[in-house]
Design a protein around this ligand. Structure first.
Ligand code: SF4
Length: 435
């Protein structure tokens, strides 16, 4: 059974009288477990839908779905599949105590991999899940491979029962399912020869593996430092050598780069980032792969009107990891807008200074940095640092941050997305006054 959270007007669901709290029981006699069943089974032209209304009335609808008419329901979120692994570098182990409960959940869910691009390890699949992935053709999936050698992978995942990922990928690949894959590189565990074999094996699976990326392991001060460490510059350079060798083969044979290093890998290696063209279609940009080149491209393709920012002052707040690369983005942004961008790198006051990515910055860090910055016309903060409910890692809300800051704040993914309009305050005479 899946419960309805919301029904949109002028949709099939509203015509049927479905409402908040309606329980969607089955379609064509198949009981519904989650949004996947709902989305795939309602894709038919005709189906029998059995529901239980909030007042307990059970109804069976015989539905012939008019072409193009959306079902129009929002469903309650599925209970997330728990992870079966215990990686030494797990983000959850690296959390300080006292954060909201949901942050301590280790999720590993192929359904969210398909729907949202979350990486999953496929180590917790039941036979029923395997059949479903095939039946519903859940493709592409985002898979954390880490290593194709079974023992090395079990070591990385700290899971002695982890199945052979190559067998799994081969099986799904034989049904046309494709994968974006990643390797979180832990030095001494899955770099060097293990990494080389992993790249060879994944590339050998042909078209089913769309690409792979290497992301250096990232730790907090609460992580298991006695078991795992971050890679050194020479280890990152060695990984990049392997990736670039594989990319040369892929370009010659398939016309794509296929093997990528995260920006962080290049940064730690002390090497220049690849050119924008080397990132194919930026398919792993949300994994930190090609983020800087992607931002540069977005600026180059910017919509008209950015020059209205001429002479204004914009603060760009970010994690310290991106700070060394930010001039590569802010220089073209200044040129396109005429504004002065001030880079404000922040230390992570919640996780410790070793956590340098923007997405994990707490609201209090932004609050402290902006408290006295009424000289700015606008402050851009990374949109990844708030969740879909507008809450930072430390439970401060975006609204609270805005209310306590003397400068307009806008969350932004790629800068130009937040610069379409001037701040209200700067369309009138400055300076502003704050109580
Ligand atoms: S797969 Fe590893 S890193 Fe991911 S949630 Fe599980 S234990 Fe943590």
């Amino acid at each position: 059974m899946v419960r309805v959270l919301k029904v949109y007007p002028e949709t099939l669901a509203s015509e049927l009288g479905l409402r908040e709290g309606t329980e969607l029981m089955s379609i064509n006699g198949r009981s519904l477990e989650d949004f996947l069943d709902w989305e795939f089974l309602t894709a038919e032209d005709w189906f029998l839908l059995h529901v239980r209304q909030p007042d307990g009335e059970e109804i069976e609808f015989d539905i012939e779905r008019p072409e193009g008419l959306p079902m129009g329901v929002e469903l309650e979120r599925p209970r997330v599949r728990r992870c079966a692994n215990r990686c030494d570098f797990c983000f959850v182990d690296g959390l300080p105590a006292g954060l909201r409960e949901t942050l301590y959940i280790r999720d590993d869910d192929y359904r969210l991999s398909f729907k949202y691009g979350n990486f999953a390890t496929l180590t917790n699949l039941k036979p029923w899940d395997v059949d479903r992935i095939v039946e519903y053709r859940l493709s592409p999936l985002y898979v954390s491979v880490h290593a194709t050698d079974v023992m090395a992978r079990r070591h990385v995942l700290r899971n002695p029962l982890a199945p052979d990922i190559m067998e799994q990928l081969r099986h799904f690949g034989s049904f046309g399912i494709q994968f974006h894959t990643q390797i979180v590189m832990s030095p001494g565990v899955n770099d060097g020869e293990v990494l080389k074999r992993t790249l060879d094996d994944l590339y050998g699976l042909g078209a089913s593996v769309l690409n792979t990326s290497v992301v250096p392991v990232g730790l907090t001060e609460f992580s298991k430092h006695h078991l795992v460490r971050e890679p050194r510059a020479e280890e990152c350079r060695a990984a990049i050598d392997l990736l670039e060798a594989k990319a040369r083969v892929a370009r010659a044979e398939r016309g794509i780069t296929w093997a990528f290093g995260a920006d962080e890998l290049y940064l730690r290696a002390g090497l220049e980032l690849p050119s924008p063209e080397a990132y194919d279609d930026f398919q792993q940009v949300e994994n930190g792969v090609g983020s800087v080149r992607f931002l540069q491209r977005k600026i180059a393709e910017h919509p008209e009107g950015l020059d209205q920012w001429g002479g204004r002052r914009v603060g760009v707040l970010t994690g310290s990891s991106m700070a060394p690369l930010m001039p590569l983005v802010l220089a073209p942004l200044s040129e396109a807008t005429g504004a002065h961008f001030e880079l404000i790198p922040l230390d992570n006051s919640l996780f410790g200074s070793t956590v340098t990515c923007a997405g994990l910055l707490p609201g209090s860090a932004f609050q402290a940095a902006l408290r006295d910055r009424s000289d700015l016309d606008l402050a851009l903060i990374p949109a990844e640092s708030i969740n879909e409910n507008g809450i930072f890692m430390d439970d401060l809300t975006l609204d609270q941050l805005i209310a306590t800051s003397p400068v307009e704040i806008r969350p932004s993914y790629w800068f130009v997305d937040a610069l379409s309009e001037l701040p209200e305050s700067t369309q009138v005479v400055r300076p502003r006054e704050f109580s």
